[in-house]
Design a protein around this ligand. Structure first.
Ligand SMILES: [Mg+2]
Length: 189
């Protein structure tokens, strides 16, 4: 059961993900979490390097943003700026439940087995993606600011990570291309 919380890969930032490696693995679509994965919590600003990575990803994959955000206004803005579809679900459709994932899959038109879920939370992004048979990639959270429920979840995450590490199945952090320069510190703004 605990294995369902284990990501297949861990990278510091979205832009550290090796797109060619995903293509080689047969991945055709990406579902990308928004808060603390794409932008800071409640943020709007996307660093240039990440935009560059996303523009390249748009050539390689079908992409949909997938968020548990309560309001859709910011998602609408980000979707428009990036020219990407988005799914914003609260209640029983939220991650890790299946509703939001299924809606996102309708946007990409790609089966779960050929989809990668990318996010910063084990209990939502990674658990939900694993349940549906997706390839799961965890990123380090972008900022210390988080929804209060997320702060509670981080304690549970730490316990799960300890158990998975002691079993020797917690993956090492890998950083493609821009590596060490983005590993340290949080982003501001
Ligand atoms: Mg998040």
């Amino acid at each position: 059961m605990l294995e369902r919380f284990c990501p297949d890969e861990i990278v510091p930032r979205l832009e550290n993900i090796d797109q060619q490696a995903l293509l080689n693995r047969g991945i055709k679509a990406l579902l990308i979490d928004v808060d603390n994965t794409l932008v800071n919590w409640r943020g709007h600003r996307i660093p240039k390097q990440r935009v560059k990575w996303l523009n390249r990803a748009k050539d390689n994959f079908a992409i949909c943003l997938l968020s548990n955000s309560i309001t859709a206004r910011r998602l609408r803005h980000l979707g428009k700026v990036l020219a990407l579809p988005y799914v914003c679900r609260w209640g029983w459709g939220r991650k890790p439940f299946g509703g939001g994932y299924r809606e996102a899959i309708q946007h990409t038109g790609v089966a779960p087995a050929e989809t990668a879920m990318i996010g910063d939370q084990l209990l939502t992004d990674i658990f939900g993606g694993n349940r549906l048979g997706m390839h799961t990639i965890m990123v380090h959270t972008l900022s210390d600011s988080e929804f209060f429920i997320t702060r509670i979840n981080r304690w549970i995450e730490a316990l799960i990570r300890m158990r998975l590490t002691s079993r020797g199945i917690w993956p090492p952090v890998s950083a493609h291309e821009i590596g060490s320069q983005v590993e340290a510190g949080n982003e501001s703004g």
